[in-house]
Design a protein around this ligand. Sequence first.
Ligand code: HEC
Length: 149
Amino acid sequence: MKKAFHLLWLVVLVSALVLTACGGGGQEASSGGGAKVERPAPPADYASKTNPKAGDAAAAAEGKKVYETNCASCHGNTGKGDGAAAASLNPKPQPLATTEGALSDGYMIWRIAEGGGMAPFNSAMPAWKSVLSEDQIWQVVAYLRTLPK
Ligand code: HEC
């Protein structure tokens, strides 16, 4: 009887461990706070895009200016998600310096162009497509790729 009881606990413990380990999947990465973030695949017209300015230092330098003017107030000067406006936001701005490695160009341009005013995001992330040109969005993506983690 005692042995069976221990065995039961072992089963519970093992299944709990397996469940935690398998919680991820897709493009999920944990945000700064450790919370799981839902990242659906971008719509096809965005998913197929790749950054024509990838690795272009001059474009990244332009992107830095775009970032400092438009993004740093929320995402922080060094992309750590700690801009002045971040404290009052829920969900919080992503620490882009850390998350960018897991995000495709297609996902980046989708999220920057269309923002967070839709499910599942429902966030304060503005839509930039009427403010920034596609060129400028690619410049800022090139810059994000250079941010130290
Ligand atoms: C008003 C605050 C605010 C500003 C300004 C802002 N963002 Fe965001 N951004 C957010 C929030 C909040 C999130 C997290 C919720 C979400 O994914 O929509 C986010 C998410 C993102 C994501 C998705 C990241 C991920 O890990 O899934 C990208 C990419 C992004 N922002 C880029 C930018 C860029 C580039 C700019 C400037 C052109 C910018 N943001 C300006 C608030 C902001």
